[in-house]
Design a protein around this ligand. Structure first.
Ligand code: SF4
Ligand code: SF4
Length: 431
């Protein structure tokens, strides 16, 4: 089935000014770091260290060992204290490797040197694998795996759109690590055997566009594609359609395009030039619930509570804390979860009393769904526990963009209903 995309996109208030121009705050690692043993939804990891082991910055401490290979690296030097199950940003308790930080920051090298000019396509793909590069925009999907496609790829599309409200971390990464971005996209072109690279940026980000345009002048195969400031423009399907007017069934490779987030390209570039895996992360901490909103540069494995305290704490007793952006993130009941290589935001807003009404059957949610689904019907099917109808309505194609809740005039939690329906369907498939 082809997922519909097209006009169902909406400009939404961005609140980006809260963090776009502030200084980036470097957050020092706390006394204990917790490396989450999870990638995407997989918790299949081989732990390579044991209690009492001394580790360094960049020591490989674990590796995902199911059908994907994703190594994890320590961001600090210190001593392994053991494994502890704590809440993760995916809303489930997960094993974490606990490392006591000795604050010496002695480092080692766990990633081989790559000569990008001489390396073959396969060597660059292998490098992306051993360097632990995953989709940094929130998905965490192993980057090397995308490039194992047999499809003919013509274009590498770098997604620098960052369409969710509040989040500006990609913007700041592109601005601050432009040379790493260039190294990263050249490596991606090699992995794809592509002739061109396009960098998608919102038309409204004039300053960034000018800056990147200047930086890529020496690279005639690279160009910027300006796109509208609508949500969810950062979704691959919307983006590929907006730029190339092409639709695909499963993955963009079907239309000869491969898409990577800008921060993923930067992480790959940094792995090549510095021989380090993704142990540090830029995270936007924003909203009216945090005293000093900012982009923070923070070691992976740092608890959200530590970052929030460094930014002055909460503005109110009643706050809503979201791991991620306000549209696609997960609402957390605790701040004792940690930053992963693909955490891009913490959104904290003052909790507002929402008086929801009954469904008006206005169809506004249906009209706006970028995946072409019927969210209100999926909600009704979920309430009626009609699993067959949920399946017929393709609830599993929902990307959890949050738009159906955002546009609902009755202030109903429509997305939450669709999420529940997806879980019901997943359980049925697993049964
Ligand atoms: S959350 Fe899902 S159902 Fe709702 S608008 Fe987005 S894709 Fe459609
Ligand atoms: S937008 Fe809200 S009120 Fe309108 S049909 Fe959808 S759920 Fe009902």
């Amino acid at each position: 089935m082809s997922v519909w995309i097209g006009s169902m996109q909406k400009h939404i208030e961005g609140f980006k000014e809260l963090t776009t121009y502030n200084d980036i705050v470097n957050i020092a690692a706390p006394k204990e770091i917790y490396i989450p043993l999870i990638n995407g939804v997989s918790t299949a990891f081989e732990v390579l260290v044991k209690e009492g082991d001394r580790v360094f910055v960049n020591t490989k401490v674990a590796v995902r060992n199911d059908r994907f290979e994703v190594p994890l690296f320590s961001p600090v030097s210190g001593v392994v204290k053991g494994i502890k199950k704590i809440m993760h940003a995916s809303l489930k308790p997960v094993d974490h490797i606990v490392i006591e930080n000795d604050e010496l920051y002695e480092s080692t090298i766990s990633i081989p040197h790559l000569d990008l000019e001489k390396a073959t396509k396969d060597e660059v793909i292998e490098f992306a694998k051993v360097a632990g590069i995953v989709g940094m925009g929130g998905a965490g999907f192993p980057t090397y795996f995308k490039y194992l496609t047999p499809a003919t790829l013509k274009v590498v599309l770098i997604n620098g759109v960052e369409c969710e409200p509040y989040i500006t971390s990609d913007y700041r990464m592109m601005e601050n690590y432009t040379q790493d971005l260039i190294t990263g996209f050249i490596a991606m072109m090699k992995m794809a055997n592509a002739q061109e690279v396009h960098i998608a940026i919102k038309k409204s980000k004039k300053k960034l566009i000018k800056y990147i345009q200047e930086a890529i002048k020496p690279y005639p195969f690279a160009s910027i594609k300006e796109v509208d400031d609508v949500y969810p423009m950062g979704w691959e399907r919307t983006l590929v359609y907006a730029i190339y007017k092409k639709r695909y069934v499963k993955i963009p490779c079907e239309v000869n395009v491969i898409v990577n987030n800008a921060t993923t390209a930067i992480a790959l570039g940094q792995a090549i030039t510095k021989q380090m895996g993704p142990t540090m992360k830029m995270v936007t901490v924003s909203g009216n619930g945090i005293k000093n909103p900012a982009n923070v540069f923070v070691p992976v494995g740092t608890p959200a509570s530590h970052i929030i305290a460094q930014l002055g704490g909460y503005t109110d007793e009643n706050i809503t804390l979201v791991a991620g952006g306000p549209m696609m993130g997960k609402t957390m009941t605790t701040d004792a979860w940690v930053i992963t290589p693909y955490t891009n935001a913490i959104t904290i807003t003052k909790t507002e009393q929402v008086d929801s009404m009954t469904c008006l059957r206005c169809g506004t949610c249906n009209d706006h769904c970028p995946a072409g689904l019927l969210p209100v019907r999926i909600n009704n099917a979920e309430q009626a526990k009609n699993v067959d109808l949920i399946a017929q309505l393709n609830a599993d194609l929902c990307i959890e963009c949050g738009l159906c809740t955002y546009v609902c005039p009755s202030k109903l939690e429509v997305t939450e209903g669709v999420r529940r329906a997806k879980r019901v369907l997943a359980l049925k498939k697993g049964a």
